[in-house]
Ligand binder design. Structure first.
Ligand code: DC
Length: 223
């Protein structure tokens, strides 16, 4: 089994950016699994499918209408929806909300988890998401639960959105972060939780570099 690193945690804990840098320092690929749930959410929005209609969303996934994959160009992930590169379209609040809604459905999870496991079998990889240490890679070499206070997560989220020209007010972002945490932690199928053997890294009072180095040290210890 190739080297596998699982990084789970709530929205805005810095998982994606930290994971990118940790993976590139280790010379391995990073799979942002949230992007795959976002691609499913995007499909439903684009095709005017009611995201609350579990039967319809599941039937579409089971019928093979929603094919999600990831490809790499110069080590950078491109998320594909039915062979179309949807990377530029999945980072909005609306798509994030749709992703969180459809990620509750077992049929969606089954389809994406299978693909994530296949990819991690083929090469050394770092995967980040909500259920990597608990479901996707229960035998991962290193498991990290990366979190931060909800205030610092909302602040980070705001800065990310501002960079993309999105002016959503902070109060709305805090509400969205809290709602998404609640939904991700309380869904029936594979809720976000810390795996028993995951190491907790709280980045509230750590700089970006300190967070990256904390995770790299954990990997070094294991290897
Ligand atoms: O990390 P993100 O914000 O891009 O994820 C979008 C949504 O996808 C998130 O609200 C929960 C869901 N998700 C999940 O259920 N399991 C994962 N492994 C990754 C994301």
């Amino acid at each position: 089994m190739p080297l596998t690193i699982a990084i789970d945690g709530p929205v805005g804990a810095g998982k994606s950016t930290v994971s990118d840098v940790v993976a590139s320092r280790l010379g391995i690929l990073h799979l942002d699994t949230g992007a795959m749930y976002r691609a499913v959410g995007l499909y439903m929005l684009e095709n005017k499918v009611d995201i609350l209609d579990e039967g319809r969303v599941s039937a579409l996934c089971e019928a093979g209408k929603v094919n999600v994959d990831a490809r790499y160009e110069d080590g950078v992930q491109h998320t594909l929806l039915n062979d179309r590169d949807v990377t530029p379209f999945i980072r909005t609040q609306e798509v994030g909300g749709a992703a969180s809604a459809v990620s509750r459905y077992p049929a969606v999870r089954k389809m994406l988890v299978r693909r994530q496991q296949e990819m991690a079998r083929q090469q050394p990889m770092l995967l980040d998401g909500r259920d990597i240490g608990t479901v996707v890679l229960p035998n991962a070499t290193v498991k990290v639960y990366l979190t931060a206070s909800s205030e610092s997560r909302a602040m980070r989220r705001m800065l990310q959105l501002r960079e993309k020209g999105d002016a959503t007010p902070l109060e709305e972002i805090i509400r969205e972060v809290n709602a998404r945490d609640y939904q991700d932690m309380h869904r029936e199928t594979d809720p976000l939780r810390q795996a028993e053997d995951a190491v907790l890294v709280d980045s509230s009072d750590l700089t970006f570099d300190e967070t990256v180095n904390a995770i790299l040290s954990l990997v070094e210890e294991k290897l």
